[in-house]
Write a protein that binds this ligand. Sequence first.
Ligand code: GDP
Ligand code: MG
Length: 450
Amino acid sequence: MVFEGLANRLQDTFNRLRGKGKLSESDVAEAMREVRLALLEADVNFKVVKDFVAKVKERAVGQEVLQSLTPGQHVIKIVNEELTELMGGAQSKLAISPKAPTVYMMVGLQGAGKTTHTGKLARLLQKDHKKPLLVACDIYRPAAIKQLQVLGEQLDVPVFSLGNEVSPVEIARQALEHAKSYGHDYVLIDTAGRLHIDEALMDELKQIKETVQPNEILLVVDAMTGQDAVNVAESFNTQLDVTGAILTKLDGDTRGGAALSIRAVTGTQIKFAGTGEKIDAIEPFHPDRMASRILGMGDVLTLIEKAQASIDKDKAIDLERKMRNADFTLDDFLDQLQQVKQLGPLDQIMGMLPGMNKVKGLQNANVDDKQIGRIEAIIRSMTPTERTEPGVINSSRRKRIAAGSGTSVQEVNRLLKQFEEMQKMMKQFSGMAKKMKGKKGKGFKLPFMP
Ligand code: GDP
Ligand code: MG
């Protein structure tokens, strides 16, 4: 999960603060020392860390906080607000040209994710009923044009290319004409990168900028490169006046320092986050939601948006009814697993649930997509009767199911046991919703939890 280390450390620190009835200045000072170390360890720029801690401290030792009944909560609230501010405050949307077409130009180092994110943006626009045109201006790597064309085909979005004999500036100019004649309302220009910043690259990008006057110059930066990402952002910004950043590979093993430093160091607002190699793996960057993920408060809003975008509404209503009536079967369960899978990799989804990263055993390996695959295989190896009436599954059937799904009898047993508990739980909910108050699902686990 993104920010996992940082999130764990900050949450430990704040749990200690929460436990205290009253806070003294030295409690706050100690917590701030820990916050400082946690941020530095997450590879946040040292000057950013210094300013951040000073700001939080100044607010946190105010009388209002120290005398409040829940001083720990108060400090967390301040950190949340300051983290949000650090990442740019409010969400920043893409500019739209008053006169079509709107032009976006993607810039960044080689391998940062420009081409991939050109495709992802096209996908978002397409979902919004727009007609984007992709433009292949990376003529230097032989496979670059092809890569964009493959993406275009996959999305059914046209790609404008003049091969690799014509200069990128000329390609961009003609693409704009083409877009106007063919009624494209968006033009997304994929440009070349280098392994490091060089003058020839910058000159070419400046000329393209001159020629097409883009509404946005989006700097694509790889979050995995940490502080280097910040340096890259700084130089691109000085040369090109970029209008926003797309921070990619936030799904990777990144400590998150770049996300927390880029805006503060370069003034460039992060507009999108890339969270995977797939075409849908892109999220608008909301500083407040990101801050609350880091502090373990979850990001329920993003989760709901994802669910709305990919879950079948009728199925959800049907499911809810079944759960209320407690006639939820293993078939429904299989269905539900498939819907959850559509939301994205499970560890990312878990990271958006409040407090989830504190539940032991839920991290990484324990709830992976592979495990869901095994559960699916088990259910698929059951007969229709077994799925609706798991009570009939005796020991010889268990053996057969285990063999058929390539799992073990223990795994089949565990799934059945957990499903049984889940059903009991639903019965309780439907039968005596009132009495359940206060019990809060003791001992209840979703079947994919170990
Ligand atoms: P470009 O050279 O800037 O055009 O970079 P590409 O778009 O070709 O991406 C380089 C590599 O990074 C490819 O293998 C992509 O699949 C991968 N990639 C791009 N964005 C992401 C992301 O958000 N997450 C992950 N995990 N991989 C990404
Ligand atoms: Mg590329």
